[in-house]
Design a protein around this ligand. Structure first.
Ligand SMILES: [Zn+2]
Length: 310
């Protein structure tokens, strides 16, 4: 094994790293389109192997409660893509790196992820047809694209999904998308390196919902996780979409009330010291690595360090 990479070592001396992955297909199915955030198992191995020579990898729970994050790293995977276990688990096992998987009950119960409905309408070139029927029902900045305004917090996600469903009723079926998410009773991993956490029931934009609607999303998924047989669990909550506008004060309060221990965001920042506390819970920022070779991967992390979160 070679020594530490100087760039990785410099990062470890200055910050902690919480990385957010989604799918890890060796070759992503064309059906999922270009908007998919995918890192191949091969690149994943190279990225993590390089970091492991400078960083100490810990569980997400340990990371969120650490007093000093410098030199610590943790790995998370959101949305429950089955390929993370089928194609990339060997990477985590080989490197003995813990992995926290954040799941949504509805995708595990065969329902479609509503963002896949959005992606499907785009892939099939049906955006214009959708807008002819529904554009007036949306709050939208001039020129804001379909992909963006459907997840704009000004548009209640539950209403958005009703419109997507009404539109898709008259379109060819899109059920094939569900095969990519871990289904209940099919693919859960019982392993000390793998823990499961909550990412809400339906992955709505929480800040677009009423407090009651948010509570259902947060509390029901927390309780759903408790029913998963035998798996290791984390009480850390991963905020759907994870940007500054995707949650509000009520979210943090309800996440704490439901019994969670911390909140994960994904604003693309690396953290220098300990987690920020937004009043109630530790808030931890994550970075989404690109599917890139090690030099580009490290250079990207360096840029984010100089950009600094908050
Ligand atoms: Zn997600």
């Amino acid at each position: 094994m070679s020594g530490p990479d100087p760039l990785a070592q410099d990062l470890a001396n200055r910050c902690g790293l919480a990385l957010l992955y989604h799918s890890t297909f060796a070759s992503p199915p064309p059906l999922l389109g270009d908007a998919l955030h995918n890192v191949s198992p091969e690149d994943l191995f190279r990225q993590l192997e390089t970091l492991s020579r400078s960083f100490h990898f810990v569980s997400v729970d340990e990371y969120c409660t650490a007093r000093d994050l410098k030199g610590l790293a943790t790995i998370t995977a959101d949305d429950g893509y089955q390929c993370v276990l089928d194609e990339a688990f060997g990477v985590f096992e080989a490197l003995q790196i813990p992995l926290a998987i954040f799941v949504n009950r509805s995708f595990m119960e065969t329902q479609l992820f509503w963002r896949d409905k959005v992606r499907c309408i785009m892939e099939r070139g049906r955006v214009e047809a959708f807008e002819t029927r529904f554009a007036r029902a949306f709050q939208r900045d001039p020129g804001q694209p379909f992909y963006r305004y459907t997840k704009d917090p000004r548009n209640n996600s539950i209403r958005v999904v009703e419109m997507l469903d009404a539109f898709l009723e008259d379109e060819p079926a899109i059920d094939e998308y569900t095969q990519y998410y871990t289904q209940l009773g099919q693919g859960l991993k019982v392993h000390p390196l793998v823990s499961y956490g909550s990412h809400s029931v339906n992955h709505y934009v929480l800040s677009s919902l009423s407090e009651d609607q948010q509570w259902c999303e947060i509390d029901e998924n927390y309780r759903f996780l408790e029913t998963l047989p035998g798996v290791y669990r984390t009480r850390v909550f991963s905020v759907p979409f994870g940007g500054n506008w995707d949650y509000n004060d009520a979210t943090s309060r309800l996440v704490a009330d439901a019994g969670h221990s911390a909140m994960l965001l994904s604003r693309g920042a690396v953290q220098r010291n300990d987690a920020c506390h937004d009043g109630l819970l530790p808030m931890v920022d994550r970075v989404m690595p690109r599917d890139a070779e090690v030099p580009a991967f490290l250079a990207d992390l360096q840029t984010r360090l100089s950009r600094k979160g908050r």
